[in-house]
Design a protein around this ligand. Structure first.
Ligand SMILES: NC(=O)c1ccc[n+]([C@@H]2O[C@H](COP(=O)([O-])OP(=O)(O)OC[C@H]3O[C@@H](n4cnc5c(N)ncnc54)[C@H](O)[C@@H]3O)[C@@H](O)[C@H]2O)c1
Length: 335
């Protein structure tokens, strides 16, 4: 029989990044066709042969500010997932103008480009950093007031507001996912994220300075973000239309102090830890992940302990070298 198989085509904008490469890989495994659109601002080329050589994978090197140029590639899309951006407080502080141009102007340009096109879902990846600083005994759910305290989260909040305000004029259903801080091993590794960074420093240098050890943060494994996005692609649109979800798990809300204790106990690394009671990063927030659990039946499954073992194993296995600095430190664009 010659039945025509209907493969769903997904556009992953920013798909060559830390979360994006994991997502592209899993989407391909699940039978989707994937277009990865990315400017490779850190020269972060996808190296995985299982992605690059996959018959349903296409890579387009392009800027989100110039997405119009490739309009012919974007017919018959099922969904667009927007991950692209300058990600994190340090890199956005370092490149303020570029950051606004990418994280606000560029993302808005993509949304406007797709607003009248024929696709089912647009998923915008935002951040729990939008909650900024909250009192110790509070937990932020999706209705908690947003208090962005960095350029990075200011732009995320602006895009969230733009999407929610205009949701009725878009052809697609829109969903905003506020991700916790990521950890875990990915094909495009980032060691500038707290858990990954702590492990790398402890493993290679046996010493670590911890700023503001009592501040809270929610963490989530990169694989759980991928699982979540794929889950959203498969739920009924009325459940996710115009909705905001925090993504992470309540059990992975911890202070840096607790995190260090966990890492040292689990890895048995003997290291010199210095604590400094202040930080340039004032963020401090605990987050509730009940909405996504209750409404979409999605539960993150990877614990911080799982991530610690996984990262340690990859360091021991020489997957990452000491001299290799992997993360969002310096833009490598010819502009
Ligand atoms: N990693 C985290 O802890 C975390 C936490 C919360 C939210 N998020 C969000 O998840 C998304 C992905 O994060 P990540 O950790 O994978 O970051 P990343 O820096 O690894 O990936 C971002 C990708 O965007 C691309 N990009 C940047 N500017 C571009 C442009 N002008 N045009 C096209 N592509 C461009 C980069 O080349 C990179 O591949 C981001 O939107 C981020 O805000 C991440």
């Amino acid at each position: 029989m010659n039945a025509k198989v209907n493969i769903k085509k997904i556009l992953v904008i920013g798909g060559a990044g830390y979360i994006g490469t994991d997502l592209c890989f899993e989407l391909l495994k699940k039978g989707y066709s994937v277009i990865c659109y990315d400017l490779l601002v850190y020269n972060n080329k996808i190296k995985s042969k299982s992605i690059l050589n996959h018959k349903n994978f296409k890579f387009i090197k392009g800027d989100i500010n110039k997405i119009q140029k490739y309009k012919n590639d974007f017919d018959n899309l099922e969904a667009v997932i927007i991950l692209a951006g300058l990600v994190g407080d340090p890199i956005t502080k370092k490149y303020k103008k570029k950051s606004r141009l990418i994280n606000y102007v560029g993302i808005k340009n993509c949304i406007d480009f797709f607003k009248k096109r024929n696709l089912s879902k647009l998923i915008f990846i935002s951040t729990c950093s939008n909650y900024g600083i909250i009192p110790k005994n509070h937990k932020a759910d999706e209705n908690y007031p947003l208090k962005p305290i960095s350029l990075y989260s200011e732009d995320k909040v602006k895009i969230e507001k733009y999407l929610l305000k205009n949701k009725n004029i878009f052809n697609f259903k829109t969903t905003i996912l506020r991700f916790a801080t990521a950890f875990g091993v990915s094909k495009r590794m980032r060691f500038d994220l707290t858990i990954n960074d702590f492990l790398r420093q402890l493993y290679f240098y046996k010493k670590l300075t911890v700023f503001d050890p009592d501040t809270w943060r929610p963490y989530c494994h990169v694989k759980d973000f991928t699982r979540c996005i794929i889950h959203i692609l498969n739920v009924k649109t009325f459940l996710i239309d115009g909705e905001v979800f925090n993504v992470g798990s309540d059990q992975n809300n911890i202070t840096k102090n607790e995190l260090i204790k966990k890492i040292l106990k689990q890895t048995k690394i003997k290291a010199k830890i210095s604590y400094l009671p202040y930080s340039k990063d004032l963020r401090n927030y605990k987050v509730s992940f009940k909405k996504i659990e209750n409404k979409l039946k999605f539960k993150a499954k990877y614990s911080v302990s799982f991530g610690i073992n996984e990262i340690l194993k990859s360091l021991k296995g020489k997957k990452f070298k000491k001299k290799e600095i992997l993360g969002n430190y310096k833009i490598k664009l010819k502009t």
